[in-house]
Design a protein around this ligand. Structure first.
Ligand code: FAD
Length: 396
């Protein structure tokens, strides 16, 4: 593919950085990533490298530590990182809490928290969902009662991803039970080392510990840690969700599809001319067309962020369609790998499957399939995204 000259120069600059900084160890860690979460040691190591270079938060305004790149350059950077197989970095500070603070935090809050998010000193988790309050988030019950300059927080949060690795949590709490339920919510930033916080693990479908239930028992939180006005946390929460729901899934999708195409080609080359030509290739092509359509919408959302806005309701389209298409690509990966009888790794490692298709494409097919079942639930289910699209975009 031919790129405009200045774009090509930028791409080469990114490639030369990745060539010099991405060690084999980090590459290996990136390759083993089976969900949006990277294991924390390599996530922190890669964040430190990006931080040193000044490239850790390309989506942030330059004034707060962003790179000043255009939307297209940020896309190219993400594309090259995916192609090289860099490890992921913990997303909740850089992708959610930081942009939310830039939009809604006080100057003191920005000054204190943003540098710590960039450097990795603060690792954040998200305390929105509660038992009984997921899709119907505004019904949440965790309470914060006023006590002088502090709030006393009591209640529980659930499905809290990587709480066990985080030292900060942004949480929605109830500060009033008067009026509409959305009007009594406040947004708090809470130090996870505060006494009264307890974390209990939840093991996911893949068998790994990513999720938790977090309990708050008389946890004292300074009122200075509130973002926005008291009882106005709902608008802050929704603003943050637009960032959470915006992800560049087309890049991940293309990576899965490249793997699927290689797998399909391999089955043909090895004499396993099953349904490769007709069925697999057709399915892959259909998903490639979807990936292209998703990429176009991502570029629109990126342009909106570039002008200092949040991504807007388009993030709900990207969340629902991106997640569903990723799941289809995962399903196809498992389907094709099944023709080797090897959807189950590490058996695949033992028989040298990696050597057949090359390490860059040998991603853990089944764990990725299992883990990505969550894509149409976390951050608001696909049904909820469709409700938002109906209301905010289609005006129904
Ligand atoms: C892997 C994973 C990680 C997560 N990480 C976090 C985290 O870090 N922090 C956090 O706060 N939360 C997290 N969540 C929670 C997530 O946001 C909720 O699971 C999600 O909002 C759905 O809520 P629920 O599980 O209570 O399901 P419910 O709200 O009970 O929904 C059950 C089903 O009913 C459907 N439904 C509900 N209401 C409607 C409606 N009005 N119209 C149509 N259909 C409807 C839903 O689509 C869903 O299919 C995570 C979830 C998962 C799976």
């Amino acid at each position: 593919m031919k790129y405009p000259e200045d774009e090509q120069e930028f791409r080469e600059m990114v490639q030369s950085f990745l060539d010099s900084e991405l060690t084999d160890e980090l590459k290996e860690a990136g390759r083993k990533k089976t969900s949006i979460w990277q294991e924390p040691v390599s996530a922190a190591a890669w964040q430190a490298i990006l931080y040193k270079k000044g490239w850790v938060a390309p989506d942030w305004p330059e004034k707060y530590g962003g790179t000043g790149w255009s939307a297209r350059q940020r896309y190219i950077f993400a594309q090259e990182c995916a192609r090289y197989g860099t490890p992921g970095i913990a997303p909740m500070g850089l992708k959610m809490c930081g942009p939310m603070l830039i939009g809604h935090g006080t100057e003191e809050q920005k000054e204190y928290y943003l540098p710590k998010i960039l450097s990795g000193e603060h690792i954040w988790c998200q305390g929105y969902s509660e038992p009984g309050s997921g899709s119907d988030l505004a019904s949440l019950k965790t309470s914060a009662t006023s006590d002088g300059d502090d709030y006393i927080v009591n209640g529980t949060k659930i499905w809290t991803s990587h709480a066990q690795h985080s030292n900060m949590i942004f949480a929605l709490v109830r500060t009033s039970s008067e009026g509409r339920i959305q009007q009594g919510i406040s947004f708090l930033l809470i130090d996870m080392n505060t006494s009264g916080i307890e974390i209990k693990p939840i093991i996911n479908l893949e068998g790994s510990h990513e999720l938790n239930q977090v309990f708050f028992n008389d946890v004292r939180v300074p009122k200075a840690n509130r973002v926005g006005k008291e009882n106005d946390g709902w608008s802050v929460a929704k603003y943050l969700l637009e960032f959470e729901r915006f992800s560049m899934s087309s890049i991940e999708l293309r990576r899965l599809l490249t793997r699927a195409r290689r797998l399909a080609d391999e089955t043909t080359e090895n004499g396993l001319k099953l349904q490769t030509e007709s069925t697999f290739q057709k399915k892959i092509s259909e998903l490639e067309i979807n990936a292209l359509a998703i990429e176009m919408s991502e570029q629109r959302a990126l342009a909106s962020i570039e002008s200092g806005d949040s991504p807007g309701s388009i993030s709900s389209v990207l969340s629902a369609i991106g997640a569903e298409t990723l799941q289809k690509a995962d399903e196809l990966g498992v389907e094709i790998a099944s023709y080797y009888g090897l959807p189950k790794q590490p058996l695949a490692l033992e028989v040298g499957y990696e050597a057949i298709i090359g390490p860059e494409l040998f991603l853990p097919v089944t764990p990725s399939f299992l883990n990505n079942r969550m894509r149409t639930i976390a951050g608001g289910s696909s049904e909820i995204q469709r409700n938002i699209i109906a209301k905010a975009i289609l005006g129904l």
